[in-house]
Ligand binder design. Structure first.
Ligand code: HEM
Length: 493
């Protein structure tokens, strides 16, 4: 064979390959601009070396508040700042109202439950959960009373520490978990129940694991990592174990169910299952019960307890803020009774401080990924149905147009010049729109009652000086957690 035709065929093949790779890596027409992706890897090389959030905020400086980044082969639209996030999640709520399909949750939740489902399943289960939890809170005992009872145990435990330095992680997490447990599983946390303790440990472990490199690689290349052994599989094993726990609790409920007197979310769900038995299109089946109960447990314990823990750390870091909150508690509540929800209106500084804690720490910095429900026309771009969208809540909570000097912790972000509480539309730790957190009311009551009750009874102090206290988050992927620290609770009387 002559050399020239052979070389020219090779060149042609190479040229075709290069063209194919370039086309493969192109941003599909209509999506917002963004860095040029590589085939398969997308923009991973541009994103490495620092936390994902920091890389994304840098890209925003170049491409503006709406841009596309390829996480592996998948294009993801990033929304930054109050205006863009509000336009999408609120003004075009229907277009941006679905949950993104993510390889991990597809393997764990399998389209069931509330947080990672879509369509009719999500619609019915979300409505059901909201009304069931409302009924349970407004029924026998109000949510507030349940929280106060739990706080009684916590305050007792804190008193027993005798002012010695303790890591508050376990105590706070257990108290918060107890509240959601009593609503979902009906049983307060029996401190000796090792099974329930295991459920808590598995939940915390999974929250930490989301930052593991193997888990993140699985999220990008499930077809590659899926069949392989590795630490990412632990996440799925944990989830199955949690499901087995809930299944055991459900069996106990079935044995003792009294349809006229539902005790908790599980009972309410079982009654609905009986009512719709035989309906082939019902959403009220066992798998949806197990996954929605776990959704509520996970979403209802992890975020709130991390916020409490982080908030306490900030109060140690900024003791002048803690002092002013304590003065307000003393003036409005006094020493002889526990604070209650009604006090909040007369405690603007405390209310502003809790808002500022949530704003400053932005516990879910990237938001929970959304997906377009149809071809969405947005700011001149077209995002095809099924496009993944990250509403970067961090960029809203730290938007300088809404919060002057956003990197400074300052309750004045939520106070007017007369010291009255001032709402701020960019306060979105619970997100906004159709999928906004359904637990907001419960979480806000918990945060208020926990902070005020602890500060009413105890002086808090750090064994290390405020200046040396590190407030950098321990992990900051999907959800943030504060670094470990020690605190002394000294009874004030
Ligand atoms: C400080 C506490 C909390 C914070 C910061 C928080 C934040 C969030 C955020 C950012 C989302 C994503 C919303 C979206 O996609 O737009 C969410 C969803 C959710 N949260 Fe919360 N949450 C908290 C407490 C709770 C509690 C106490 C419960 C339980 C009652 C709960 C249950 C849920 C559920 C079930 C979802 C999924 C909603 C859906 O997909 O329709 N959360 N939360």
């Amino acid at each position: 064979m002559e050399p020239w035709p052979w070389i020219s065929s090779l060149l042609l093949v190479l040229l075709a390959l290069i063209l194919l790779l370039l086309l493969w890596g192109r941003v599909p027409g209509g999506l917002p601009p963004g860095p040029q992706p590589l085939p398969l890897l997308g923009n991973l090389l541009q994103l490495r070396g620092q936390p994902l959030l920091c890389s994304l905020l840098r890209l925003r400086e170049r491409y503006g508040p709406v841009f596309t980044v390829h996480l592996g082969p998948r294009p993801v639209v990033m929304l930054c700042g109050y205006t863009a996030v509000k336009e999408a999640l609120v003004d075009q709520a229907d277009d941006f109202g679905a949950r993104a399909e993510m390889p991990m949750t597809q393997r764990t939740s399998k389209g069931c439950g509330i947080a990672f489902s879509n369509g009719e399943t999500w619609k019915q289960l979300r409505r059901f959960a909201l009304s069931a939890l409302r009924d349970l809170g407004m029924g026998r005992r109000s949510i507030e009373e349940q929280i106060q009872e739990e706080l009684g145990h916590l305050l007792g435990e804190l008193r027993q520490t005798g002012g010695a330095p303790v890591d508050p992680t376990f105590l706070l997490h257990r108290s918060v978990a107890n509240i959601i447990c009593s609503m979902v599983f009906g049983e307060g946390f029996d401190y000796s129940d090792s099974e329930l303790q295991e459920l808590l440990d598995l939940t915390q472990e999974n929250a930490r694991r989301l930052d593991n490199i193997w888990v993140q690689l699985y999220a990008l290349f499930p077809w590659l990592l899926g069949p392989l052994p590795g630490p990412h599989n632990r996440l799925f094993e944990n989830f199955d174990e949690q499901k087995r726990y809930v299944a055991r609790v459900v069996r106990k409920h079935e044995d003792t169910l009294e349809p006229a007197a539902p005790r908790d979310y599980i009972d309410t769900f079982l009654i609905r299952m009986q009512q719709e038995e035989g309906d082939p299109s019902t959403q009220f089946h066992r798998e949806n019960l197990l996954v929605s109960a776990l959704d509520l447990f996970f979403a209802g314990s992890e975020t709130t307890s991390s916020t409490l823990r982080y908030g306490l750390l900030l109060l140690l870091k900024y003791p002048h803020v803690a002092e002013r909150v304590q003065e307000e508690i003393q003036a409005v509540v006094g020493p002889s009774r526990l604070p209650c929800g009604e006090d909040r209106q007369r405690m603007p500084y405390t209310d502003a401080t809790i808002h500022e804690i949530q704003r400053f720490i932005d516990i879910v910095p990237l938001g929970v990924p959304r997906m377009t429900t149809r071809d969405a026309h947005f700011r001149g771009y077209v995002m095809p149905k099924g496009t993944t969208v990250f509403p970067l809540l961090n960029s809203v909570l730290h938007d300088p147009a809404w919060f002057p000097d956003p990197e400074t912790f300052d309750p004045a972000h939520f106070l007017d010049d007369k010291g009255r509480f001032r709402r701020n539309a960019a306060f979105v730790p619970f997100s906004a729109g159709k999928r906004a957190c359904p637990g907001e009311g419960l979480a806000r009551t918990e945060l208020f009652l926990f902070f005020t009750s602890v500060l009413q009874r105890f002086a808090i102090a750090s064994p290390v000086g405020a200046k040396e206290l590190d407030i950098t988050p321990e992990h900051s992927g999907f959800g943030k957690a504060p670094p470990r620290y020690q605190v002394c609770f000294t009874p004030r009387w």
